[in-house]
Design a protein around this ligand. Sequence first.
Ligand code: NAD
Length: 338
Amino acid sequence: MSRAAVIGAGSWGTALAKLLGEKGHRVRVWSYEASVAEQLRERRVNEVYLPGIEVPAEIEVSTELADTLEGAELVIAVVPSHAFREVMKAAASYVPQGAIVLSATKGIEVDTLKRPSQILAELLPDNPSPAVLSGPTFAREVAEGDPTAIAVASRDPDVARHAQHFVNTDRFRVYTNEDVLGVELAGALKNVIALAAGIADGLRYRSNSRAALITRGLAEMTRLGLAMGARASTFAGLAGLGDLVLTCSSDLSRNRTVGVRLGRGEMLEEILASMRMVAEGVRTTKAARQLARTHKVEMPIVEEVHHILFEGKSPKRATADLMLRSPKPELWGGTDAT
Ligand SMILES: NC(=O)c1ccc[n+]([C@@H]2O[C@H](COP(=O)([O-])OP(=O)(O)OC[C@H]3O[C@@H](n4cnc5c(N)ncnc54)[C@H](O)[C@@H]3O)[C@@H](O)[C@H]2O)c1
């Protein structure tokens, strides 16, 4: 039995805390919102972010980072990407020496284009090889015990194996991977493609369009990954194709849902104002477009999603512009993965 600190009590943090608690770890959770902490302490339920799911009574909940992190051997950072640096900066001095630090956040910092593991390495110089956890995992399905598989990556194979050992259960199968960049990029970028898949659904296009977006979306995600130094095989794995299929196909996906509403003609501001949970893909679209430009990689779907979200382009026009691009071979650019 080990001590684990889960930093973030949204849907995913709550589901991971439940999983770790049921595995027998002593778990403390940090909540940004005092009202959520109180609910979890008193009723064992997070009615805001994971309604109807009971967490084990032994899980402790705090709004103080120092309390949460004391004695932790595993630290899971699972706050939305826009708050990641701020929260982990405040947490850094309380992270115990030698703890395994694991990011479960999917996103890219818009101002710096940094991934969560890069931010962690910057804030925790004594802990240079943080791990990242990413794959096809809806919080609710994990919390309800559906068999699930996920990837954990770290530059240090020992850290990845330790993290795997901490988190793996008979319902939650964790695979190690050494490609931290690929796992994080795939987990972030798939949210942009999910917006596109939702937009197509909102326009009442059906299975052909979704399959085309998933496949060509994966091609452009992989193209960027390769240009940045990631491995193509990671994009064909759990964090890539796995999560992409999940997010583009299910009504549980917030990013897809935002896309559906955009496709039906709602404005982004009104959609976001009606949601309390984060749809990471909206911010990630800005970061992805910038990364594509920096690395001189063509990402036509990302480009069109950016036009729709931030430049007022109509989804119909964006679809037409995607379809009217100059005809191309399916595989081009010198590698089979493009
Ligand atoms: N929900 C899932 O199924 C799932 C699965 C895998 C990964 N993720 C990733 O996990 C991360 C967290 O997502 P989630 O779904 O748990 O979030 P959520 O939308 O369910 O909840 C948002 C959380 O962020 C907190 N928050 C809001 N503003 C904050 C701030 N300024 N500082 C600190 N905390 C703040 C809220 O209190 C809440 O706990 C995201 O990067 C997401 O992509 C989510």
